[in-house]
Write a protein that binds this ligand. Sequence first.
Ligand code: ADP
Ligand code: MG
Length: 347
Amino acid sequence: MTQTGTAGGTAVEIRTGVGAGQPAPTPGGPEPELAVRSRGLRKTFRGTVAVDHVDLDVPAGCVLGMLGPNGSGKTTTIRMLLGLVRPTEGEVWLLGQAMPDGAAHALPRVGALVEGPGFHPYLSGPDNLRRVAAAEPLLPTKAINGAVADALERVGLTDARNRRYRAYSLGMKQRLGLAAALLVPRELVILDEPTNGLDPAGTREIRRVIAELHAAGTTVLVSSHLLSEVEATCTHVAVLHKGNVVAQGELAPLLEAGNPTLLVSTPAHTEAVEALRDNRIGVRIVADGLLVDLAGTSAPVVVETLVRAGVPVHEVRRQRADLEELFARLTESTPDTTEFSDSEGTR
Ligand SMILES: Nc1ncnc2c1ncn2[C@@H]1O[C@H](COP(=O)(O)OP(=O)(O)O)[C@@H](O)[C@H]1O
Ligand SMILES: [Mg+2]
């Protein structure tokens, strides 16, 4: 099913549930503009459904946030995308290659940070990275030391050079895993909760690395259980809930969805309301000031109207539908996953 709303003239599409509103799968053929595509991806562990019919589209060049609470199936999905776990059902294309057959061709172009990267506890970070680097098909032997140094620099691990991996903090382990994902230039980087265990400074650095990858044209798929994380770093989002993708699409239209309003702070309520209503602009008084309806008008017109009428404007703020609200709406009080898979009641 497809839900459509409008915000600033832009159509917003929120796809929900199984096979919702998407074009029919191309038989046997991936769409070249998608860095990752999955259809009907499902994983059960001894009868427990971890991931259920996930249809994921990750457009090339985007930063897609896979957002979901703990246990919603993010790691399992990512492991299936990377061919680390065999799907119970469903298909995956990675960089246009059908998995697992195309793994040898696709995986060297993919950098990944997933739980338990398997570093050697008694080797230092750099020595661990050299081992990983030696197994990179796209990295010539003589370029290994340079690539290791660059990757460590990029994730801010240069200080911890000689310490053994087992003495690393969780944050340092995360950084080393990220460094391994960045050893060679990648077309696609997949990061499973990369900010886990990091302090605010570390979190900022991860954001910077993601922004740099994006600027360089790399597609990034990053999972998180934190909305703020996704809001800060992503262009696209896929919301996972109990193993289902309950919404996916561009982030900006999702954030702008709903009725856009402007919160105006002024001591001259009466004059402001009069001036706006004279100009057929909808307004009502709320606790924090005046809530101006932006349907049929724009923020500059509202401000100009007020200023012309001699109304002192102290502050103007655009109110947006927070992803938080969307996330809460999508994930709260759902008795089971079928609620989202084919019913109309998601909004
Ligand atoms: N190897 C496993 N064996 C049994 N159950 C698993 C296994 N891996 C994951 N699960 C279950 O699958 C569900 C999804 O887990 P996971 O993919 O790790 O979610 P997330 O990464 O979003 O926290 C959870 O209920 C989890 O307990
Ligand atoms: Mg996980």
